[in-house]
Write a protein that binds this ligand. Structure first.
Ligand code: NAD
Length: 425
């Protein structure tokens, strides 16, 4: 049985909603999911589209379009990031929202799934314009977010500052400070210790678990990472500190390789100083497209969607692929990787460290009691190790790959909750 329709075109292949649906349907069929629950889970619960004006620095009024999609609130408040990008669209936000439902269920935290975005090019906007756009977008969706309803977080091109503006706007409307309305905030206004590097730490944990499962040593294990942003650079640093050899780093503007291992501390400092990894003299400049198919033990796509497709999947040489990014592999490429017997740790498990630490942030804000970093890291590692174990056991028991196992586990958990709660009439 195949996850994909053989007549699929490249456009369909890289449509994230199609990619999500292909995996959902395959896993739901394997689970023998009740047809009613299938209908409930295959469409988002709520899709909000807002068109709103913002005053620009030169006095012009500009209109922006924003989305917030809540895929499910069955297991708790909806949870998911907000991205600012010129190519945000409803299908992408839908797919990302449903991946959040599955991700939260895989790591068994009490959240549903959501995602949001605003179509804009933040690189051309001033800080003031970004602030006004963020605040107006927040006020447009304010009735639908809140600590018990839907809790946004940072995603592509949004950060701690964006979360601070959202938290402040929401709090002004409520008449009191509500820190738990968003996660990924600065530490002094309700952020959590360990949140910033949590996704990279989760990637490091599941790499370690994969090696243990496959009986491979960490010492000398060669790793290529695509993307040296939040996820990629933190995973690279933590992994180098554990004894992995980071032999390749690829970025949007070019890649770097060094068969003896790149010094990640130096590369992080270099990127902070220069705003790019280009020109770093501790490695050779290497085209990014070459790095993804180069000889290594672990490949970590940690940049963006659709980087492993039908066009390059058969050339991948890594033994293990750990998806730091959301949706880096298309459903067609999944099958090629499976034929090559590549061990894939799917995004909904591999990058779940971020939302797990967000859950801890939400808990701490609601408790008004903040944990030490060692406690955050320790709890995060325990959750990810247990979830990895759950997924590989599910995969063995049902004779499916890790991605389908993760989807089956997640769908089963969400479907069970909906069944227990019943359908409100
Ligand atoms: P980021 O913006 O900090 O970093 C992304 C990096 O990838 C940038 O350095 C950029 O130059 C690079 N990049 C972009 N396109 C590239 C390409 N085609 N080839 C090589 N490099 C490329 O973003 P991030 O927070 O690190 O997120 C990366 C991915 O991880 C996204 O898919 C995001 O949705 C996912 N993710 C992030 C978190 C988190 O906590 N930050 C959590 C879960 C999932």
């Amino acid at each position: 049985m195949s996850t994909v329709n053989p007549a699929v075109t490249l456009d369909q292949e890289i449509n994230p909603w199609e990619a999500q649906s292909a995996r959902f349907e395959f896993a739901a069929r394997k689970l023998n999911l009740d047809p009613g629950l299938w209908k409930v889970l295959s469409s988002p619960a709520r899709e909000i589209i807002v068109h709103f004006p913002v005053s620009m620095d030169d006095g012009r009024i500009e209109m922006f379009t924003g989305f917030r999609v809540q895929h499910s609130i069955a297991r708790g408040p909806a949870k998911g990031g907000i991205r600012f990008s010129p190519d945000v669209n409803l299908d992408e936000v839908r797919a990302l929202a449903s991946w959040m439902t599955w991700k939260c269920a895989v790591v068994n935290i009490p959240f549903g799934g959501a995602k949001g975005g605003v179509i804009c090019d933040p690189t051309t906007m001033s800080k003031g314009e970004l602030e006004r756009m963020t605040r107006r977008y927040t006020s447009e969706i304010i009735d639908f977010i809140g600590p018990e309803k839907d809790v946004p977080a940072p995603d592509v091109n949004t950060n701690e500052q964006t979360m601070a503006w959202i938290m402040d706007t929401y709090s002004m409307h409520m008449g009191h400070t509500v820190t738990s309305v968003v996660t990924g905030k600065p530490l002094n206004i309700g952020g959590s210790r360990g949140r910033l590097e949590a996704t990279g730490r989760g990637v490091e944990v599941v790499c370690g678990e994969s090696l243990r499962y496959l009986n491979m040593p960490i010492e000398g294990c060669r790793v290529v990472i695509q993307g040296f942003g939040n996820v990629g650079s933190n995973a690279a640093r933590l992994m180098m500190e554990q004894g992995y050899k980071i032999v390749g780093i690829s970025e949007k503007d070019g890649g770097l390789s060094n068969p003896n291992g790149i010094d990640i501390h130096q590369l992080i400092a270099y990127k902070q100083r220069n705003g790019t990894t280009l020109g770093f003299n501790g490695a050779e400049a290497t085209p990014s497209e070459e790095l993804i198919v180069s000889d290594c033990d672990i490949l970590i796509p940690a940049a963006t969607e659709n980087v492993i497709t039908s066009r390059n999947a058969d050339k991948i040489k890594a033994r293990i692929v750990v998806e730091g990014a959301n949706g880096p592999t298309t459903a067609v490429a999944d099958e090629i990787l499976a034929e090559k017997r590549i061990f894939v740790v799917p995004d909904i498990l591999a990058n779940a460290g971020g939302v797990t630490a967000s859950y801890f942030e939400w808990v701490q804000d609601r408790q008004g009691y903040f944990w030490k970093e060692a406690i955050v890291n320790d709890q995060l590692e325990t959750i990810l190790r247990d979830s990895f174990e759950d997924v590989v056991r599910y995969s063995e028991a049902h004779n499916v790959n890790n991605r389908i196992a993760a989807y089956m586990l997640a769908i089963d958990r969400v479907a069970f909750t909906i069944k227990q709660r019943g359908i409100y009439a």
